[in-house]
Design a protein around this ligand. Structure first.
Ligand code: ATP
Ligand code: MG
Length: 497
């Protein structure tokens, strides 16, 4: 094995990517180091590799420490067990991977591999063991994900990943169009890494994308969804979505198996029309798409908040919504149209009902929230009472959560119009007021603070009686306390009989 350590010498000491060998070694996880040492003692090569090496150089905390080795799985298992560590061969589905558990942490130790791609859009047709680290890293997706470190901190960087890392550049290992065609999921992984790492896509990567689009059709919805969900909560999510939409990757379709047959699932074609969509200048600094991206990044990095941000204005510019009145662009009703579109997207994406309900409600009501937050005469109490009666959410706690999410969306929307953070104070205060109100108004009779005397007093009228008490508490005619509810129950029965 040769030391390919030349890249590190390019760096001057004060540059962030510079790091002496001892310091690199010092940053490797102790468990991973113990495994590297144990394998080396048996005469095997062993390295930490992939995302953890990238993260180590970027000063990020790695999710996991993956190890690659010249040892075959059975040898790895034997080495681990001789040290008293639990080790399991991943078997067929995880070809070449041994899971080692060491002081409560799990490490994946994978034998050097070569992959051959075929008909499947994601999974290799054939995987074989290899004898060299170089072959193993050649199969990896991006240069910054293809670096390896040995336990002394020597870097093996066959594709100049550290150089790309320093320039915040995402580049494929080898020819982009070929690498994307082998495994089309890498298209979405590219978008995801731009967002997570705050990188720019290299020109060669961008140019290699489109040729692989037909292969997206063979990806499963689950895999694509997982990548897009990782992207959407990333600190620089806008970077990834911008590449996806500007390159038309959002207009491709993946697939979902339903009762044994495949159904085509369009990814996010609904976003395309926002690109370049003009907006009224006095409210908006950006076009529809850049506004959406600004709102996305200004919102909290939580799935519901971010999905609501991404979709909050999808209804803008749609036929029947976009109009020009007195020479100005308007989009009246874009909230309702957007909510319909969001619902269609999230159902097609098979999101859980609770998730869809929140996002759709946020999109549908974001303009109303702005209106209420801006106009003192708008009656927030009435709005919450209506939501409770209509059971917009199953519990008052969930309704309160929805207002917390709404406050975040409203604030992000203000920031996304190019206005300062200080302009969000009114919305934050109003949102808090609505959250507290929501908590104080019951949505279901389970949230009435009654004791066992109440159903006793209602007797045979228990179901209609409870509904009546709930409605009156929701309307503010009755206090939600055991005494008030008991007295009301007694009066209710007296009126009935
Ligand atoms: P994360 O921080 O999400 O764990 P990661 O870079 O570790 O990011 P993983 O999906 O955990 O990404 O994969 C680990 C490593 O395996 C990658 O860094 C890369 O070297 C390689 N890899 C994973 N998926 C692919 C793929 N689809 N094609 C090529 N190489 C891949
Ligand atoms: Mg990982």
């Amino acid at each position: 094995m040769g030391f390919l350590n030349h890249i590190s010498s390019h760096f001057h000491k004060d540059e962030p990517a510079y790091m002496p060998e001892e310091e690199r070694a010092g940053r490797i996880d102790d468990g991973a180091l113990a495994i590297l040492r144990a394998l080396e003692e048996e005469g095997k090569e062993a390295y930490v590799v992939g995302g953890c090496v990238r993260d180590l150089f970027m000063g990020r905390i790695p999710n996991d420490w993956d190890i690659t080795t010249s040892a075959r799985p059975s040898e790895t298992v034997a080495v681990a067990r001789s040290h008293g560590w639990k080790a399991v061969d991943g078997g067929g589905r995880r070809f070449g991977t041994v899971i080692i558990v060491l002081s409560g942490n799990t490490f994946e130790v994978t034998t050097f591999r070569k992959e051959f791609y075929g008909a499947d859009s994601h999974r290799p047709e054939q995987v074989t063991f290899s004898d060299t680290l170089e072959e193993d890293v050649s199969r990896r997706d991006f240069t910054v994900n293809a670096m390896a470190l040995d336990r002394r901190g020597n870097l093996y960087d066959y594709f100049h990943g550290l150089d790309d890392l320093k320039h915040k550049k995402l580049r494929t290992v080898g020819k982009a169009s070929e690498r994307f065609q082998e495994d089309a999921l890498r298209l979405f992984r590219a978008c995801r890494f731009l967002g997570q790492l705050d990188f720019m896509a290299d020109k060669s990567l961008v140019e290699g994308m489109k040729e692989a689009y037909p292969r997206v059709a063979g990806l499963s919805l689950e895999r694509v969804r997982e990548e897009i969900d990782k992207l959407i909560v990333a600190p620089h999510a806008a970077r990834g979505f911008d590449l996806m939409v500007c390159m038309g990757l959002n207009e491709t379709s993946c697939r979902l198996k339903v009762n044994g047959t495949y159904k085509e699932i369009p990814i996010l074609p609904e976003l395309s029309h926002l690109v370049g969509l003009p907006q009224q200048k006095e409210f908006h600094k950006f076009d529809g798409w850049y506004h959406t991206l600004a709102v996305l990044e200004a919102s909290k990095p939580l799935l519901i908040n971010r999905w609501a941000a991404l979709l909050h204005d999808v209804g803008k510019g749609m036929p029947g919504v976009r109009a020009i009145r007195n020479g100005k662009y308007t989009d009246y009703g874009h909230d309702i149209k957007g909510a319909e579109m969001a619902e269609a997207i999230l159902k097609r994406w098979e999101r859980p009902a609770r998730f869809t309900n929140h996002v759709v409600w946020l999109v549908a009501n974001h303009m109303k929230f702005h209106y209420f937050a801006n106009f003192e005469e708008a009656n927030g109490v009435k709005w919450v009472r209506t939501l409770a009666r209509e059971k917009a959410f199953p519990t008052s706690k969930e309704l309160a959560e929805a207002f917390v999410e709404m406050t975040d969306l409203g604030n992000a929307d203000i920031i996304g119009c190019g206005r300062p953070l200080s302009a969000t104070e009114g919305h934050s205060a109003f949102g808090k007021y609505m959250e507290d109100l929501a908590l104080s108004i019951p949505v279901s009779s389970h949230e009435l603070h009654y004791d066992k005397e109440v159903p006793k007093a209602l007797g045979s009228h228990v179901s209609d009686g409870m509904a009546n008490l709930l409605l009156r508490v929701q309307n503010g005619e009755l206090e939600n306390t055991p005494e008030a509810l008991y007295n009301a129950a007694v009066r209710y029965v007296r009126r009935r009989s």
